[in-house]
Ligand binder design. Structure first.
Ligand SMILES: Cc1cc2nc3c(=O)[nH]c(=O)nc-3n(C[C@H](O)[C@H](O)[C@H](O)COP(=O)(O)OP(=O)(O)OC[C@H]3O[C@@H](n4cnc5c(N)ncnc54)[C@H](O)[C@@H]3O)c2cc1C
Length: 393
């Protein structure tokens, strides 16, 4: 296919607008172009629900709250879409979190994520119902599925957004990080429909609107045959949380130069293991060989936005902070009360991590033995009771 020479990005009124042409250029090279739905679509706002069995992922509930807010401003309805082999009691919950309607596609072939099944099903449903906005979680599944569906529909996709809002004329403004998180840009999709974005988990809080709220449930026809699926799922292998990719983790315990040695860093790993958290590191800890490069957070490492980020012996230099500043709650442990990390911490613990971490590990072990598991609140309470801890906000 001939590649157009037109510039990929055009700048309009201070916003970066990815032109239709540029989207076509990127999406369609080597693929089959299809006719895009056009901007007249005034359909609803959809959330594609990420779930494991009958457990909804937090991101889906967060997206529903966001969709509800946008829908109320635009006078539209919110539709939650679930693809599953057995959804159990999910639809009522989705109604309580903001959905007006739940589209339910059920088939034994939709038990696990399968691109050959999920992509055509969603693309056909969107083409038929013409939503104006579709929101996805920037999860493993969302990151794989959303671009496939966008390509089929000939529309754009802003990936890994930290926020979405509306412009004065009702367009979805999708804010995403650029230049390794040093800047962010606003992307709009002025022509093709639907406007689509994947949002980082934890970017917006979930809001349970009303426990008595109910959504209308509509069953979607599913015509899939096992023969049409080119891949076969053999086995699902669960990765221990401490080995999770840091970008996927809900809780991260990170260690820096302050750990002092591989043995010191082992305390960070022990705490992470106990909390079901992923281990991360600052660059000096990676350079010292205490953690692998894939665990590095920051400008030249990964960008994370967990529910809880515990920084141990990390000073909080901007090169590190750009990679974790979107964390929902930050706990910092450092012996220097002036360490810059404390400026962004919700809970500061001033002390030597070689004393703080063993005492914390011991308290958490006791809590686990007594209760089986510990809720976030209890863990934070335990952290707050460590000598030297001071709540900032
Ligand atoms: C182009 C470029 C890219 C970079 N990319 C990254 C990146 O991706 N990620 C990254 O992290 N850095 C990156 N850096 C490096 C960055 O500038 C900092 O040097 C680094 O983040 C500092 O790491 P640190 O906080 O672990 O170490 P330090 O800044 O040395 O801080 C160590 C902290 O530990 C505390 N401490 C010491 N001993 C103890 C103890 N016993 N108990 C408790 N606290 C203790 C100290 O008070 C201090 O606050 C980059 C630098 C450049 C130039």
């Amino acid at each position: 296919m001939e590649v157009p020479t037109e510039e990929k990005l055009t700048v309009s009124r201070g916003e970066w607008v990815i032109s239709e042409r540029a989207i076509g250029q990127r999406v369609y090279q080597g693929a089959r172009p299809r006719r895009a739905m056009q901007a007249e679509s005034t359909g609803d706002i959809w959330v594609i629900v990420d779930h494991t069995g009958d457990e909804v992922e937090d991101i889906a509930l967060e997206l529903l709250g966001q969709a509800r807010e946008l829908a109320d401003r635009l006078g539209l309805s919110v539709v939650a879409v679930i693809l599953s082999d057995d959804v159990g009691g999910l639809p009522p919950l989705l109604g309580q979190y903001g959905a007006d309607t739940v589209y339910l596609a059920e088939s034994p072939l939709l038990g696990a994520y399968h691109p050959d099944a999920h992509t055509p099903l969603l693309a056909d449903l969107i083409r038929r119902e013409q939503p104006s906005i579709v929101l996805w979680g920037a999860t493993d599944q969302g990151r794989d599925l959303a671009p496939r569906v966008a390509a089929r529909l000939g529309t754009g996709l802003a990936s890994n957004c930290s926020r979405v809002d509306l412009s004065e004329n009702g367009l979805l403004v999708m804010t995403r990080p650029v230049y390794g998180g040093k800047a962010s840009c606003n992307v709009v999709c002025p022509q093709a429909r639907p406007q689509m974005a994947t949002l980082q988990p934890g970017a917006v809080p979930a809001k349970r609107l009303d426990p008595s709220r109910q959504a209308q449930v509509i069953a979607v026809d599913v015509s899939l045959s096992a023969q049409s699926l080119r891949l076969r799922l053999e086995e699902v292998i669960k990765i221990p949380p401490s080995d999770l990719d840091v970008t996927e983790a809900e809780i991260i315990v990170a260690g820096g130069r302050g750990a002092g040695s591989a043995e010191g860093f082992h305390l960070v790993e022990q705490l992470a293991h106990l909390m079901g958290a992923a281990v991360a590191a600052s660059r000096p800890a990676v350079d010292a060989g205490w953690a692998s490069y894939e665990r590095q957070v920051g400008l030249s490492g990964k960008t994370v936005a967990p529910r809880l980020y515990i920084a141990c012996g990390i000073s909080g230099v901007n090169h590190h902070v750009v990679g974790m500043r979107d964390s929902r709650a930050v706990v910092a442990i450092d012996r220097d009360p002036q360490a810059p990390i404390f400026q962004i911490a919700d809970l500061k613990i001033v002390g030597d991590l070689h004393e703080v971490l063993p005492s914390l590990i011991e308290r958490l072990r006791r809590l686990r033995q007594e209760r089986g598991t510990a809720e976030d609140e209890e863990v934070l309470q335990t952290l707050a009771n460590v000598p030297g801890a001071r709540q900032v906000s």
